[in-house]
Design a protein around this ligand. Sequence first.
Ligand SMILES: [Zn+2]
Length: 330
Amino acid sequence: MLRTVFIFGLSVQLLILSVFALDVTQFPDDNEHFNRTLAGIMRPRVVGTAGHRKVENFIKSELKTLGFNTEVDQFSERVPIFGNVTFTNIIGVLNPRARDFLALACHYDSKYFQDDPGFVAAIDSAVPCAIMLNTAKTLSSYLHGNFKDRTDIGLMLIFFDGEEAFKDWSDTDSIYGSRHLATKLSNTRSSNGSGSTIDRIEVLVLLDLIGAANPKFYSFFPNTHGLHHSLSEIELSLSATRQLEGKSLMFMRRPSTGFVDDDHRPFLQQNVPILHLITTPFPPQWHTPNDNAENLHWPSIRNFNKIFRTFVYEYLNRHKKQVNLRAALR
Ligand SMILES: [Zn+2]
């Protein structure tokens, strides 16, 4: 129970902060970086194709430029239609020796459509990938300043491969990369002897289907309601001080009415606390040729970037002792 109280401790701290109004000017937007990053990712990138290899190399080189230790988790598997293919999860880490991690994640593969070889999968999930890299870029003065070499908390950026089904979504034809990585991390012992690497993830924040107009994010899991609430507090605070575009709010202070199957499932099954940031209902362009640059809603993307950057900074900067949200699951 004590552990659970700390969830509210974290969210109360953010609530108090909102009274004094957050100022994001400490970490200004870098839209030029965002646009360039998105352009590097938003191309057809079906697993096993040249486009996929290009995007894989692009993400690895961006992580390196941003000063992350970068590893890959590569494996081959037989899949429908394509046969044997090689998947590559990409993991960027800051403070690799830290006791615990805040993990941000999305998938970088695009779905295969036989009749649409030009499918660029903008919201699914080129934009989430660009958001993660832009968050690291805009916070880099902090991440390579006060945050550097912290031993209590590190930052992990996970780019999953093979989220999409090759044929029809099922337990075996979907989330290839996250299934493999969750198994690998749960079998990897930490060098400090304190359990497996997966147990060092305090929370996995999964971004998916972001970039369309009128996004709505609901809270999916009771043990991360406090964190979801904090995102809403940050949004309200930035909105009240006219630091956001438009008036509509994206973080809904309500639980979701259902579970959305996604890359978080294998981590959830290993008791990793999950903050699932996916828009529901799904945007109308999802899995259609309209999921492209023309149908992105830039004010929503810019607002999300500001809110999310503030959230990541506040989580890391306010982190004083281990946040154990797992207690609520047991
Ligand atoms: Zn998809």
